[in-house]
Design a protein around this ligand. Structure first.
Ligand SMILES: [Fe+2]
Ligand SMILES: [Fe+2]
Length: 356
């Protein structure tokens, strides 16, 4: 019989203290590896064949950390009826309220949070052990830390799933907004999303980082939102626009900006939309901005918009094709369109064989 005695208890105390500090300061990302290392250290210290900490299925979450000597998994929790687990411990299969110094092969602690059973921590030995009261108290304290860790993990996972849900709702809202303009202008069906994919690919090609890629994508999905205010007969006019009609069309970046600036996006979406028809030589609209006064995201959106528009059908003409689109941006590279953006776009289509 192995005796887990007071001397071992002293060592246990140090190990438990270290594990406790590690676990309480662990970030969510580090938790899995720290938990695995902790159980390995604890198992060695106790000479246990298996230590198993697991969360009872809760709100769809289930975690389990296990350390097993010799890779054999012991059926430590198989015989436990969780629904009747009321006492804090199970010793040798017996539910009990108080620890007594007995020979132990199996010791299970209930892990609770706010009075609710959330998990179990089990210790299993192949040979009988006499576990001292001191060692037991250390383990009991350790299991309270496990309870805190599990409760925190549940909260963090819940927050994470809330964030994912919010992100999903956010994207769905953007897509719904994006669809608004396509109702009055069916020729643009898919124009904003295709422009968005291309603009994002150009931003990626230019190594501008996640924020620029994501903001240019979102702004592209919404860039023609202001056209919602423009009469459908002008948007869908099959012949050349009059000067007045064209000046009306030219209000759409400002109208889109007026709507979008009311939303507190974490990126400058409204400003990118406002500038998406500005040209680097100052000949664009609505403000005739030039050069560095135009945001790089707007310059990218402008080029992606032109390529997508020329490649697709319009009310007044059939699709001119990708070659015409690339010819247009190449011809006006550095005058209407930003030099580097055009360079990236051309490389994307010629070298990387980008396809809509
Ligand atoms: Fe536009
Ligand atoms: Fe557009």
């Amino acid at each position: 019989m192995i005796s887990i005695s007071c001397e071992m208890g002293e060592n246990m105390k140090q190990v438990c203290e270290r594990i406790k500090n590690n676990l309480l300061s662990a970030s969510c990302v580090e938790l899995n590896s720290i938990m695995t290392d902790s159980l390995a250290e604890l198992g060695q210290c106790l000479n246990a064949a298996q230590i198993n900490v697991h969360l009872i299925r809760y709100e769809g979450h289930q975690y389990r950390w296990m350390r097993t000597e010799g890779k054999k998994e012991f059926p430590i929790f198989n015989l436990i009826d969780i629904s009747v687990f009321e006492d804090p411990y199970i010793i040798n299969g017996e539910m009990t309220e108080e620890f007594k110094e007995v020979d132990i092969t199996q010791l299970v602690f209930a892990l609770r949070s706010e009075g609710q059973l959330i998990g179990l921590a089990g210790f299993y030995w192949t040979a009988t052990n006499r576990v001292s009261k001191e060692v037991f108290d250390q383990l009991d304290q350790m299991c309270r830390i496990f309870s805190l860790v599990l409760a925190r993990k549940i909260k963090e996972d819940r927050a994470l799933s809330d964030i994912h849900q919010m992100e999903k709702i956010f994207m769905q809202t953007v897509e719904a907004f994006s669809a608004i303009v396509e109702i009055s202008d069916p020729y643009t069906t898919g124009h904003q999303s295709r422009t968005g994919e291309l603009a994002r690919a150009i931003a990626k090609k230019m190594n501008l980082g996640y924020d620029a890629e994501h903001s240019v994508y979102l702004a592209s999905l919404l860039h023609d939102l202001g056209k919602f205010y423009i009469p459908a007969q002008i948007l869908n006019k099959p012949s050349r626009l009059t000067e007045i009609e064209y000046s009306l069309i030219k209000t759409h970046p400002s109208l889109g900006h007026q709507i979008l600036c009311k939303i507190d996006f974490p990126w400058p979406i409204a400003d990118i939309v406002l500038q998406h028809h500005e040209k680097v030589n100052g000949s664009g609209y609505p403000y005739g901005l030039s050069g560095d006064d135009i945001m790089i995201e707007a310059k990218i959106l402008c080029v992606a918009d032109v390529i997508e528009s020329i490649s697709s059908n319009r009310p007044y003409r059939p699709a001119l094709g990708l070659d015409s689109a690339l010819f247009e941006i190449k011809e006006k590279q550095g005058t209407l369109y930003d030099f580097d953006v055009v360079e990236a776009a051309l490389e994307l289509f010629t070298k990387d064989k980008y396809q809509f």
